[in-house]
Design a protein. Structure first.
Length: 143
């Protein structure tokens, strides 16, 4: 019997979580890369995602970053939830932009993790930076 590698676990978590993650799917997000402690998620800015200033609603940019954070912190296979987040908006997202959120693990000790995420557009311009703190439910599977 072969053991599951950390990369295989991350891929299984991605597939298992996506089946139940209705919010990520409804927003058209795609997990384009995953590895232990890391995830990259993309989202195309649609007309229905624009606010009254004709830019992408900040809550939706936050949701994109939060989804990347969720996949990154669950990639080890244990159920992990957000304990806190902070988001700084640096530039607007615009209709038809392809936004990419890249999350990576900064620290993981015991049940607590710290993750940073950067959201960029298709030109590589920074749209937002996000920091999330996670809490792991030891012994419970991620999906």
């Amino acid at each position: 019997m072969s053991e599951t590698t950390p990369q295989q676990m991350a891929e299984r978590v991605r597939d298992g979580m996506l089946k139940n993650d209705r919010a990520t799917r409804a927003m058209g997000m795609q997990v384009v890369d995953i590895s232990p402690g890391r995830a990259t998620v993309t989202m195309r800015v649609r007309e229905d995602m624009l606010n009254g200033h004709d830019t992408c609603h900040g809550g939706l940019i936050s949701t994109l970053a939060d989804s990347a954070f969720a996949f990154a912190c669950n990639s080890h296979g244990e159920l992990t939830v957000a304990a806190s987040i902070a988001v700084d908006f640096l530039a607007p997202g615009r209709k038809d932009d392809l936004l990419t959120a890249q999350a990576h693990e900064v620290s993981k000790a015991g049940r607590t993790g710290l993750y940073d995420c950067e959201v960029t557009n298709q030109h590589g311009e920074r749209i937002a930076v996000f920091r999330g703190r996670s809490h792991t439910m030891k012994g419970k599977p991620a999906f």
